[in-house]
Design a protein around this ligand. Structure first.
Ligand SMILES: [Zn+2]
Length: 625
């Protein structure tokens, strides 16, 4: 598949220690033959992520992600298949044949990455060349040190319409590719393209592996818009990247803490003042994916809020931040309740509010690192913060104020999806409001019901996990049959011949069946390489991790064989019947022969059917011979 010989892939799989590899990202605990941990691909508090070293696979029962070591690396580091294979080959010392074969055309993603790297180099060069004087002057005015600017790879997009285009052309990069990564835009009139970033300070956005995936461009001469960002591309999905994560992750691990700010410059200045565990959310609300990224490196996250943002609208803003992300609510509430972080991988979210009129950048420039340190130390758990704000907005000394606060808390409670957490929260709120906790909780439930009814029907009830695949869950019978085929060799020998792909209604399982058919003697986990999508690999890993004792397999296989044998015969009977109808219509002379075949088929089918009905049949009169 994709240019690598099967024996090379097998060799890599055999050599890689999947527990050790996954263990770099997930804290794994032994559980029988497998290892368990918190899934790195969705937010959860109880481990449903399993690694099975014997089969060399992982599977998450929460979100359905699964596959082998290669699939894990593809997901974890967002690599294309060849990239993941190459990374693992290097790691395991498996030699990839590169010199003999003609060079592979680089994968699409790899080509896009190359272009992003070239563009980042171009912007960076432009900043430090004479033409970048004004941009450097601006950085100086903002107090950004040269070494920090270099560490963050800052650049300058020259003015004019085609500085980047021209430079890229010299490197053999075409307009099509530049369009794909959003670095140029098509001209409104005439043909051709022009540079998307012009006369701007450039902030490369890099992923955790320090690969440039997007750019942010800041105007510094008063142009609009102030910030311009790369569009979403195959390399860059908004809400799944944290700015400066590559620079911050070591410090996060050391200090067990991440600091979350909003802007590029806030982030830069924080690093410059020694808060090297700082990342920026890139203007979006926190997403579950971003929190999952943070959780891999830190136990605690302190979100820095501007005073104006944290002022009157603080609670609504925080609610907005958490809106529609039930996972985050679960996460935030659960931790804030205990107020401490647990080593199990739960992430503590705290909120630090900055003095009025300051963002992190201005606070650091004007008052130095101690001022920010003070604020960080005063950070409050998210729940306590939101509750304080909610209660603080009304005058609790008056009946009217209490009643408004009561309603507000009930509304807030109604958004907490976890019943246990909601109960804890309602107790705390009730204590402070001097009301009955049960009453508060019932009101919240009513509000929750009303909100749920108001939702679009297809959005369903509180989705706490990403969908396991593009399909509905398979039927128990089909799932069971595929599990049998994957786990029991004898089943393949006996059944692959009688089962047809069309017998399996579930599209994912059907894919597994046909992969199995193509390699009936291969170990089940080797099928991973033949599957094309994450969903298919997830389905396979789900079936493979089942720790099931197979008993009476010969009897089960026999039952299946008979069932599908009957189905094949019925199919044949239908076909012959149709042929007879046709022959009758056109007066075909082969009609008697067909009728004879049909009779014998029917007789055989009956005989097989009676043999197959080993269990008492439900009140259907047995047909006479
Ligand atoms: Zn998961």
């Amino acid at each position: 598949m994709a240019g690598f010989a099967a024996h090379i892939l097998d060799e890599i799989r055999a050599r890689v220690d999947i527990v050790e590899m996954v263990g770099q990202f997930v804290t794994l605990k032994r559980a029988g033959e497998s290892y368990k941990g918190l899934c790195p691909f969705h937010t959860e508090r109880t481990p449903s992520f399993t690694v099975n070293p014997k089969r060399g696979i992982f599977h998450c029962f929460g979100c359905g992600a699964g596959g082998d070591a290669i699939a894990f690396l593809m997901r974890q580091d967002r690599l294309a298949f060849p990239e993941a294979v190459r990374a693992l080959a290097e790691r395991t010392g498996v030699a990839l044949p590169t010199s003999h074969a003609p060079p592979e055309p680089p994968g699409k993603l790899e080509e896009l990455r190359r272009v992003m790297t070239l563009a980042a180099e171009f912007y960076s060069r432009s900043l430090w060349e004479p033409g970048g004087a004004r941009a450097r002057e601006y950085l100086g005015k903002r107090g950004v040190d040269t070494d920090v600017a270099r560490r963050f790879g800052l650049g300058y997009a020259p003015e004019g319409w085609n500085a980047l285009l021209t430079a890229m052309r010299a490197d053999g990069v075409g307009e099509d590719t530049l369009l794909q990564v959003g670095l140029v835009k098509p001209r409104q009139t005439g043909s051709g393209c022009y540079d998307a970033f012009r006369g701007r300070l450039i902030f490369p956005i890099r992923d955790a592996q320090s690969r440039v995936v997007a750019f942010g461009g800041r105007a510094f001469l008063g142009e609009e818009p102030k910030y311009l960002n790369s569009p979403e591309t195959p390399l860059y999905v908004k809400g799944q990247t944290l700015y400066a994560l590559d620079l911050a992750r070591d410090a996060m691990r050391e200090r067990h803490r991440g600091i979350l700010v909003e802007g590029y410059l806030d982030c830069l200045m924080a690093h410059q003042h020694g808060f090297t565990e700082t990342v920026a959310a890139l203007g979006t609300a926190f997403t579950p994916a971003q929190l999952a990224l943070l959780r891999r490196h830190a136990d605690e996250v302190v979100a820095l809020f501007d005073a104006d943002a944290a002022g009157q609208n603080a609670s609504s803003r925080l609610e907005e931040m958490m809106a529609d992300t039930m996972d985050i609510q679960d996460l935030g509430w659960s931790v804030a309740r205990t107020g401490a972080f647990e080593k199990s991988g739960t992430l503590s979210i705290k909120v630090a509010v900055l003095p009025t009129g300051h963002d992190p950048d201005s606070l650091l420039r004007e008052q130095g690192r101690e001022a920010l340190q003070e604020r960080l130390e005063a950070a409050r758990p998210l729940l306590a913060f939101v509750l304080d704000r909610t209660l603080g907005e009304d005058d609790l000394a008056t009946a009217r104020g209490r009643s408004t606060a009561h309603a507000r808390v009930a509304l807030m409670l109604s958004k907490v999806s976890n019943a246990e957490e909601a109960t804890m929260l309602s107790r705390e709120a009730a204590r402070r409001l001097g009301v009955d906790a049960t009453q508060l909780w019932i009101e919240a439930q009513q509000l929750h019901g009303a909100r749920a009814r108001g939702r679009r029907p297809d959005s369903g009830p509180a989705p706490s996990h990403p969908a396991a695949g593009p399909w509905p869950s398979p039927s128990f019978a089909e799932r069971d049959l595929l599990a049998l085929l994957l786990h029991v060799d004898e089943a393949r020998v006996q059944l692959l011949a009688v089962i047809e792909d069309e017998d399996i209604a579930h599209p994912g399982l059907r894919k597994l069946l046909s992969a199995l058919r193509n390699a009936p003697m291969a170990p089940s986990e080797a099928l991973m390489a033949d599957l094309e999508t994450d969903a298919e690999r997830g389905l396979l890993s789900a079936l493979l991790v089942e720790d099931r004792q197979w008993t009476d397999t010969l009897i089960i296989i026999d039952e299946h064989r008979k069932r599908y044998d009957i189905r094949r015969r019925k199919q044949r009977i239908r076909q012959v019947s149709q042929a007879i109808a046709q022959a009758q219509a056109i007066g075909d002379p082969t009609l008697p022969a067909l009728e004879g075949e049909l009779r014998s088929l029917q007789r055989e089918a009956e005989a097989v059917r009676e043999l197959a009905l080993t269990r008492p049949a439900p009140a259907s009169p047995s047909a006479p011979r």
